[in-house]
Ligand binder design. Sequence first.
Ligand code: G
Ligand code: G
Ligand code: MN
Ligand code: NA
Length: 255
Amino acid sequence: AELGAQLRDAIELGQLFLLYQPIVRLDDGRTTATEALVRWRHPERGVVPPCDFIPAAEQTGLIVALGRWVLREACRQQARWLRDLGDEAPQSVSVNVAGRQLTDPQFVADVVAALDDAGLDAGRLTLEVTETAVLDRAEAIAALHALRGLRVKLALDDFGTAASSLGLLLTCPVTSLKLDRTFVDGITTVARQEAVATAVIRMAQALELSAVAEGIETEAQARMLRSLGYRFGQGYLYARPLAPHDVAALSAPAL
Ligand code: G
Ligand code: G
Ligand code: MN
Ligand code: NA
């Protein structure tokens, strides 16, 4: 059968799982939060990355059920870390949300149910949305306001890559920006990339938003981002997406 058709069963069969990529403080490299990233353990193909099935799931609408599963699982894991690791636990978990989910009339109720089910405080959850997911969609923007009213945090993901970033900052109640990794890639060698990264952090500071730089792969990039004023980052320099017990091992106090 086709991958898209098999995905419907994958949720029921327990073939999906989440990895968690640390979001670190750039001054000391310590994990402050994580981002949940879904994977599919396919019986014949092995582990399938999200780029191979999320777009299909968005088209068929299956992303709504898939996203509901991701939310529940990520909230439960965050609650588990808080229980098991106490003060050493990551402070919050970020979950990627597709545009199709945001316009689903049940979305806000699904988020509330996931939090309740996990016994997790709303302030421990960040939803990552992209500019294109929110653009020109009144229902999506209304959902974001309702979620923010519940104290859920909202991050604008892949910031800077879509068309209308700046207007969204006025209409969407976001709490953080994630500087897209295309701006981090050549930050130490391409003056224009450094200029964009600088403009984004200045704007974040002026709007009192926190900023996370994505896709940091080298110490030189980290140094540059720190000098520009970035306090949080994510990338292979610090950690790849990890299984939950590996996040716990990172967070546990050294003996
Ligand atoms: O983990 P990886 O770098 O392969 O992720 C690729 C893309 O898939 C990223 O854009 C990421 O935001 C997206 N993605 C990963 N997990 C989820 C998820 O649970 N829901 C949605 N909607 N997108 C996800
Ligand atoms: O669109 P989003 O920002 O959610 O995408 C997250 C994706 O970025 C994940 O699939 C993750 O595997 C990938 N990623 C995370 N850190 C790095 C990095 O340092 N370099 C590259 N090339 N990709 C990264
Ligand atoms: Mn993301
Ligand atoms: Na991103």
